[in-house]
Design a protein around this ligand. Structure first.
Ligand SMILES: *Cc1c(COP(=O)(O)O)cnc(C)c1O
Length: 425
């Protein structure tokens, strides 16, 4: 089935759910065991099934199966936020003393997690400029356990050359982790380009309406975890009956990564998604392809309009010829170039702040991927923890304004931008 059909049907069988046409919300904390033997089997992983909603829930399960199919992966795990999805991914691979090589143009929260929290756990992240994929290769050493990047950088919107980075990761026998939040599966499926693990903040385009937090990790099921350098998968786990995740899961060995994330980080640290949010994200996913089409159409129209505007110094949109990364974006992205546009207003920081205050239809929020159009000034908000050098290397100048273009009528979006620019000077 094609993506538009999977987005509506995958992972759900109405006949097993009292013929409920829509996916039910399972508001329960725990699940009744059939017998003491059944209970013992579930705890011993001799049988898979629901025990407690911190670990799994039937509504969440539909979301996970649907997202795995949309991304072309074999299993998925939904979590309470994109941020926890990223953290659990790293600690599901790395131990004290291990290293990660990551692109330096990361989402602000991810950068802070990698730069200050992971070092507290003894995990070092080496940041590299992803514009030259060879930089990843140069930073790999004996301690490296993963390669990490985003698809479209935020807010510079430069497209990572996934093919090239995947080849480097494969050669070094390292899992390639891609945060694809800015490119939902109707635009790009990183597994097709060699990603082993795909992460989304469901909060953005997948949910699509700015109404809740969630994250998901998709396991391509291709990576070989039997390499002894991944000790979490090869040394018997005392907290789990001496299980070796890369060896002892039988037919589930290919999805050892996803299963271990559920059994260890999720079970013991607890950032579970709620059944209600799982249900809400399923609603969003049903209309994903349609919405992304309109986000992209409006995004391109806004980029072209701003490009021709006398009070705009520069415009960056991956769909604009001449924008940095346009060629790579054209290679990797389908069904348009998305709704993210950044631009520099004439008059710098001061004009930028006035512009944002003048907007009427656009909401001034630290979010992206809403049906509503959104605007923010990253240097003073989302990326304000970065030093001047880090700001520069992330491509964030003082006058940069980031727009997340919604699905309102384009005429109203353009009129709002025009009046806000006019009144900013
Ligand atoms: C929003 C976002 C995150 C964090 O997700 P939350 O759901 O807000 O925790 C991570 N990566 C990218 C690219 C994002 O846009």
């Amino acid at each position: 089935m094609k993506l538009e059909t999977l987005a509506i049907h995958a992972g759900y069988t109405p006949e097993q759910e009292g013929h409920s046409c829509a996916v039910p919300v399972y508001r329960t904390s725990a699940y009744q065991f059939n017998s003491t033997e059944h209970a013992a089997n579930l705890f011993a992983l001799k049988e898979l099934g629901n025990i407690y909603s911190r670990i799994s829930n039937p509504t969440q399960d539909v979301l996970e199966q649907r997202m795995a199919q949309l991304e072309g992966g074999k299993a998925a795990l939904a979590l309470s936020s994109g941020t926890s999805a990223i953290f659990y991914t790293i600690i599901n691979i790395c131990e004290h003393g291990d290293e990660v090589v990551a692109a330096h143009n990361l989402y602000g929260g991810t950068y802070a997690q990698f730069n200050s929290i992971l070092p507290q756990l003894g995990i070092t992240v080496r940041f590299v400029d992803p514009t030259d994929p060879e930089n990843f290769a140069k930073a790999i050493n004996d301690k490296t356990r993963a390669i990490y990047c985003e698809t479209l950088g935020n807010p510079a919107l430069n497209m990572t050359d996934l093919d090239a980075v995947a080849a480097i990761a494969q050669k070094a026998q390292l899992p390639f982790i891609v945060d694809s939040t800015f490119t939902p599966p109707s635009m790009l499926r990183p597994i097709e380009y060699g990603a082993d693990i795909v992460i989304h903040s469901l909060t953005k385009w997948l949910g699509g309406h700015g109404t809740g937090l969630g994250g998901i990790v998709i396991d391509a099921g291709n990576f070989d975890w039997t390499n002894p350098k991944f000790s979490l998968y090869n040394v018997p786990d005392d907290s789990y009956h001496g299980l070796r995740y890369a060896h002892d899961l039988g037919e589930l060995n290919p999805v050892a990564f996803a299963l271990r994330m559920r059994l260890v980080p999720l079970r013991n640290l607890g950032a579970c998604i709620t059944p209600d949010n799982s249900w809400m994200f399923l609603q969003g996913i049903e209309t994903l392809a349609l919405r992304v089409e309109r986000h992209s159409e409006n995004g391109l129209a806004v980029a072209r309009h701003l490009q021709a505007h006398p009070d705009v110094d520069w415009v960056n949109y991956p769909g604009l010829e001449g924008s940095p990364g346009h060629e790579a974006a054209a290679k990797y992205l389908q069904n348009g170039f998305g709704g993210m546009v950044s631009f520099g207003i004439r008059g710098g920081r001061e004009a930028g702040q006035k512009f944002i205050e003048n907007l009427q239809i656009f909401s001034h929020v630290a979010n992206v991927g809403d049906a509503k159009s959104l605007a923010i000034h990253p240097a003073t908000t989302t990326h304000s923890q970065l030093s001047p050098e880090q700001l520069e290397s992330s491509g964030i100048s003082d006058e940069l304004i980031r727009l997340s273009i919604g699905i309102e009528h384009i005429d109203d979006i353009v009129a709002d931008l025009d009046q806000a620019i006019k009144n900013a000077h």
